[in-house]
Design a protein. Sequence first.
Length: 363
Amino acid sequence: MRMFFLGWIFVGLASGAWAVQLNFDFSKDTPGQIPPGFVSLVTGQGHPAHWIMAQESVPPTLAPLLDKAPANMTTHSVLSVQSPDTREDHFPLLLFTNETFSDFNFTTRFKVSGGIVDPMAGVVLRAQDQDNYYVVRASTQGNLLWYRVVNGKSYDMLGVGVKIPVPGRVWQELRVECSGSRTRCFLDGKLVIPPGRAGAPTNDLAVNDTTFASGKIGFWCKADTQCSFAEASVEYTPKVPFAEIVVADIKKQYPRLLGLKIYADKEPGRPVIVGDIDGAALGAAGAKYEQDVIDRGSIYFLKDGKAVEVTLPLRDRNGEVTAALKTRMESFPGETKENAVARATIVKKAIEKRMTTFENLTP
């Protein structure tokens, strides 16, 4: 399965803690299609919009050294959207589903190119689903606003905003810093939410809200807004999923295992690897066999030369199947399916002692 391309580097945040930076490189995927790893949703009425990757001219991040020097425009792959729906309560969003974020810095360049109904574009923060999240959006009417969406209702009247130029067809940079209950928003490198006083220090300024502690990030617009996003990245301290912790412990307990993978449904009907003994396959898609194990509790056996592979269900304390476990072990002469399943079951039971529900397996 082809995965959406992410650039991973390690960075030091202002606090001194080490974090990971994910660079969303839209140039690595097919123009005209939604980026893999994302899902298109909608808050309010209507259908999800068609988000695509397109080619656009984008100016450099750094301004020319001389005022009269021309900006060297380059062609970039950008994320673009325009929904045909002009209803006021139609809000398309595109969520990145491969990770959950708590504390992070989310940066993107954006451009609002058009739209009939109050053109707006922005980013989604700590989203639980399409009806519960924070949003920071820019309007070409000249304002930037942070607010909550809870159970599909926008609490924009209770948000924090500032009047600031948001010209159409002009690229700007939006950066949002989330740390605990604190959120700070920057436009073109300047802290604008919460607004500060002239000459006063801004280090302690932040919007404080405890509605959502963690969630997905993504992109947002209103109604038929035509907008684009480019050079998006997020810096964050990744959580270690429970499944990875368990797999690491099992590897120490059973060092002769040749392979061990745990598959779980992050989305219905789409199992992915959430635990891998060497970490190389994390996030890769499962096949129909793993899905059958999760759906029906089936057991699969494969003998491959001097090794045997057994895939069997992992159950929580209530007996419900929550994941699929695939073990790969050295075989011995005359080994039967029953022998191999019995050996794999020892590993399975060691994992199940650590499990409660599916929520333990993924962040």
